[in-house]
Design a protein around this ligand. Structure first.
Ligand SMILES: N[C@@H](CCC(=O)N[C@@H](CS)C(=O)NCC(=O)O)C(=O)O
Length: 226
């Protein structure tokens, strides 16, 4: 098969972009990357992305794929080996918990946009409840089902990363009494592909992004003098 050219359109903070990069890195796929400003989307990007969202994967600068789940599965299928379990039921099960992870990302966005302490803490309690559910599903160490790194691990790496930054300005104790989540979080933080999915200044960029939101989170950051 002819060698394909992969070009990922990205944003420095997007967790859906990060899963795509982790997949590219895990599968040792060569790619180029172009960061765009989501507050000022270039016209060429609007033509490629029907929903105006990143990530978009350009294959041979021609076919544009959107939706991170589609991009990750395509990259997985077009290369040898698989980041999904081979058993069909297990694969479907992983996809289901990937979707659950996308729900956690939506809750995280609600958390950092919350306008006051009461809604912030209410949403945080909901998020903690979601991790308590996940705690009961983690069946291995160090990753979701054991030694092998799967696409589901690529999804949860960027989710846990948010809490590394949140923990720098507030004491949320999100993973207290969730030992399996703590193990998983730590293993994902140490995984090279997960580290490579963001630039070194990611924490500073995220803090700046959160600070600009006119939310309870931005107040917490300002109180910490960050
Ligand atoms: N379901 C989409 C979600 C992608 C998404 O929400 N991307 C955000 C950035 S993290 C985006 O591009 N938002 C458009 C905007 O901010 O205008 C996927 O999995 O790719």
């Amino acid at each position: 098969m002819k060698q394909q050219n992969f070009h990922l359109i990205t944003h420095a903070l997007c967790p859906y972009v990060q899963r795509s990069i982790i997949t590219l890195e895990e599968k040792s796929i060569a790619y180029t990357r172009t960061d765009i400003d989501l507050a000022n989307k270039p016209t060429w990007f609007k033509q490629k992305s029907p929903m105006g969202r990143v990530p978009v994967l350009l294959v041979d600068e021609n076919r544009a794929l959107f939706e991170s789940a589609v991009i990750c599965e395509y990259l997985d299928e077009v290369t040898s080996g698989s980041l999904h379990p081979t058993d069909i039921l297990e694969k479907a099960y992983h996809r289901a918990w990937i979707e659950f992870g996308s729900g956690i990302l939506q809750s995280i966005a609600s958390l950092y946009n919350a306008k006051n302490s009461a809604s912030f803490h209410r949403i945080h309690t909901e998020i903690h409840g979601k991790f308590r559910i996940i705690e009961g599903k983690i069946s291995g160490i160090p990753f979701f089902t054991g030694e092998q790194f799967h696409l589901i691990d690529a999804v949860y790496g960027p989710i846990f990363r948010y809490f590394d930054v949140f923990d720098s300005f507030t004491d949320l104790n999100t993973f207290t009494n969730l030992p399996k989540c703590q193990w998983w979080r730590s293993a994902l933080r140490q995984r090279k592909s997960v580290q490579q999915a963001v630039a070194e200044n990611y924490p500073a960029l995220l803090v700046q992004f959160l600070k600009n939101r006119d939310s309870y989170t931005s107040q917490l950051i300002l109180t910490e003098g960050m």
